[in-house]
Design a protein around this ligand. Structure first.
Ligand SMILES: Cc1ncc(COP(=O)(O)O)c(C=O)c1O
Length: 378
């Protein structure tokens, strides 16, 4: 089946009891059993829920995995995957990731005897030479917020040489544009809060795996730690993925229009978007993804200029998050990447003048008019 068909149908059958075409929200905490040890495969709703399971099967199909497990947030999914690592092991991370991922790794999981190192990973050869020993490599591509492109296939070879796992946070691209498991990654993580749900009305996360041993552990951990995705949120994300292929086409078209517009503006010092032919990652992005996405960052030169723009936009909503059908705009230094110290942000190039936009599905002319009005005020 094609991708759009999988989006709409994978994991979902008409409800056997009623024929309802849409998987119901199984809002129950437990299931009545017929006798001791005799039940329909459902015992307790932390452990199994049919709505969540339908979503997990849907997302496994979209990412080309063997199975998937949904958690209460993207961070809960990230945390679940990191329980595959044991004390004494070393995790290497691409050097500008979502601030919450950096915070979880450095301020929480480092307490448990796991070593974390953050390294530039957009040149796989240089990364291989610099990385040393590691047991798990965690990357985002394009990276957040500087849109560096990491070569998934090359980095999977680098990880395999060390017998290490490669995990890709595919939140920025979604499986509509990029399928890391087919390129050699072992696990894909998403904040389903973003493009997968797509409607800015749910928080959730998923880990998609190919190895049955990883599936077994992540399911065990889901039940053991209990940070599961609720039935209602599972249903919302299932509804969201039905239109993923459609929405991503519009995001892609609008992203290109906005990136090209921003690049032509004298008040903007630099625009970060992997679809520019002179972007250092353009060739890799073209090879490994079917689009460039609608995440764009741009540098206005100062915090004051960024604040002026962000306080003047109206259609583009100032807020944390991304991937909604609505255009969202944010200030990485004080919002998504506030967990980094000023020195860390300076070293990475996340300047105070940097603005990140997640271009939505509105009419492109309206988004451009809003940005123009705000730029005029800077
Ligand atoms: C790339 C990326 N990964 C993970 C997360 C965390 O997801 P959540 O907010 O659903 O916990 C985010 C949140 O912004 C993100 O942007």
């Amino acid at each position: 089946m094609g991708f759009a068909t999988e989006c709409i149908h994978a994991g979902q059958e008409p409800d056997p009891a009623t024929g309802a075409i849409i998987t119901p929200i199984f809002q129950t905490s437990t299931y009545v059993q017929e006798g001791l040890g005799r039940h329909k495969g459902y015992e307790y709703a932390r452990t199994q829920n049919p709505t969540r399971r339908a979503l997990e099967k849907n997302l496994a199909a979209l990412e080309g995995g063997s199975d998937a497990y949904c958690y209460a947030s993207g961070m809960a999914a990230t945390n679940a995957v990191l329980t595959l690592v044991k004390a004494g092991q070393r995790v290497v991370v691409s050097d500008n990731v979502y601030g919450g991922t950096h915070r979880l790794f450095t301020k929480v999981l480092a307490h448990y005897g796991v070593e974390f190192a953050f390294l530039e990973a957009s040149d796989a050869g240089a990364f291989d030479a610099a990385a040393g020993r590691f047991d798990l490599l965690w990357i985002e591509t394009p990276t957040n917020p500087l849109m560096k492109v990491c070569d998934i296939a090359a980095l999977s070879a680098v990880a395999r040489k060390r017998n290490a796992l490669l995990v890709v946070d595919n939140t920025f691209m979604s499986p509509a544009l990029q399928r890391p498991l087919a390129l050699g990654a072992d696990i894909v993580v998403h904040s389903t809060t973003k493009f997968l749900n797509g409607h800015s009305d749910s928080v959730g996360g998923v880990a998609v795996v190919k190895d049955p041993a990883h599936a077994q552990w992540l399911q065990f951990y889901q039940n053991a730690a209990g940070a599961i995705l609720s039935p209602f949120d599972s249903w919302l994300v299932l509804r969201g993925t039905k239109t993923l292929a459609l929405r991503m086409r519009q995001h892609e078209e609008n992203g290109k229009r906005v990136a090209e517009y921003l690049r032509g503006q004298a008040k903007i010092r630099k625009v970060y978007w992997p679809g520019f032919t002179d972007h250092p990652g353009y060739v890799v992005q073209r090879r490994q993804a079917s689009g460039f996405g609608s995440m764009i960052s741009f540098d206005l030169g100062s915090r004051e200029a960024a604040a002026r723009l962000l306080e003047t936009v109206r259609l583009c909503s100032l807020g944390e998050s991304l991937g909604g059908i609505e255009t969202l705009i944010s200030h990485p230094a004080t919002m998504t990447h506030a967990g980094y110290t000023q020195a860390e942000r300076d070293a990475l190039g996340i300047s105070d003048g940097l603005v990140r936009i997640s271009v939505g599905c509105e009419d492109a002319e309206d988004i451009l008019a809003d940005l123009q009005r705000a730029l005029d005020a800077v």
